[in-house]
Design a protein around this ligand. Structure first.
Ligand code: GZL
Length: 349
């Protein structure tokens, strides 16, 4: 009689053992946390720990109203801002590209206000026309940080800080290189390719350059026209001018992209850029260093586009109650000759 019992017990044990193995096998095929389709899921289960209070892990949301993608410099700035905030889990970036139109930047700022962002970054395409929308941001208690271009003086209460370069100094440095190159008293005809009409970078690079040559009677700006900071427009303006007059010794372009466009136009007109006509640009983009190394360009006045880290730090300092400088200035250099050639391998943008 007892013999039957052991058999039944054995069978029951075997069935239980098979069930246990099958159950484990089920988990071992998909790592236990994955659904049958093999994709991992971090969806909280019903009995997950309750969420931390919102303040404790609230991200800082930053809205950045960028101008556009008109130049290599602008792309480098956009990359810097996006990289800075995407690398930091404590931040969320809302990015808007205005295609170089002020009305699009104003729309973006109003959207950021409606979304109740924690801070707004603005690279104002032109100096004027910001009072109304920046007052709306102020009334919504959203701090605004200007990046790389300024707004009309007298509106300092509408933003926390301007993070950017000294464009007047950049214009002065461009003129200094030219006068050192040709000498005081030389007869020099200059074509000036201006940046976007109304932009602080264009207004001040023009002012710095023109003030610096005011005392040099032989230095004449024979033509000055906007190329809107783009390579295509810079080439177009230069082509049109060369059809009328080839007796120029210098092109001063408010950014390297327009200088590179002018270089193309000068070559197509049968002249040697960098030799027959000296080429001065501003920004310090890698393509300018390459053109200098090729002997087609002579100097680039550096303007730092890698402003993402400074914007983030300024927001953090502001949120911590620190009083910030109204102008957080970038340190920059002037590159020409062997110094530019030596620096080329290390240029980041
Ligand atoms: C300078 C920036 C200018 C660059 C151009 O801070 O605003 O705008 O010099 C860019 O290349 O288009």
């Amino acid at each position: 009689m007892n013999r039957k019992k052991p058999f039944i017990v054995t069978m029951l044990a075997a069935i239980m053992l098979v069930g246990l193995i099958a159950g484990c096998g089920n988990n071992s095929n998909n790592g236990g946390n994955k659904p049958a389709n093999g994709n991992a899921t971090n969806k909280p289960t019903e009995n997950a720990a309750t969420e931390a209070p919102p303040e404790a892990n609230k991200k800082l949301v930053v809205g950045f109203a960028q101008i556009g993608a008109e130049s290599g410099w602008r792309d480098a700035e956009t990359d810097s801002v996006k990289a800075t905030f995407s690398e930091d889990p404590n931040f969320e970036l809302k990015f808007s590209d205005a295609q170089q139109k002020q009305e699009n930047q104003i729309k973006a700022i109003r959207t950021f206000i409606a979304q109740k962002v924690d801070a707004i970054g603005l690279a104002p395409v032109v100096e004027s026309g910001w009072e109304t929308v920046l007052k709306e941001a102020k009334d919504a208690n959203i701090p605004v940080f200007l990046l790389d271009r300024g707004i009309t003086k007298g509106n300092e209460d509408l933003y926390v800080s301007f993070i950017g370069s000294d464009f007047i100094l950049e214009g002065q440095n461009a003129a200094k290189w030219m006068i050192d190159e040709f000498g005081a008293g030389a007869q020099v005809n200059i074509v000036q390719l201006e940046g976007t009409v109304g932009a602080s970078a264009a207004n001040d690079r023009k002012k710095g350059f023109e003030d610096a040559i005011a005392g040099e009677a032989g230095y004449k700006i024979v033509y000055s026209q906007t190329g809107d900071f783009t390579r295509a427009k810079g080439k177009e303006v230069m082509e049109a001018y060369l059809k009328k007059d080839k007796n120029i010794q210098v092109v001063y372009a408010h950014n390297d992209d327009m200088a590179l466009g002018a270089i193309q136009a000068i070559e197509e007109a049968g002249l040697k850029p960098g030799k027959d006509i000296k080429i001065i640009g501003v920004d310090g983009i890698k393509a300018a260093f390459e053109a200098i190394a090729e002997g087609k360009m002579n100097v680039t006045v550096e303007c730092n586009p890698l402003l993402g880290p400074q914007l983030k730090q300024a927001i953090l300092d502001y949120k911590a109650g620190t009083t910030l400088e109204k102008w957080i200035k970038s340190d920059e250099d002037v590159y020409f000759g062997q110094k530019a050639i030596d620096a080329l391998p290390n240029r980041k943008y």
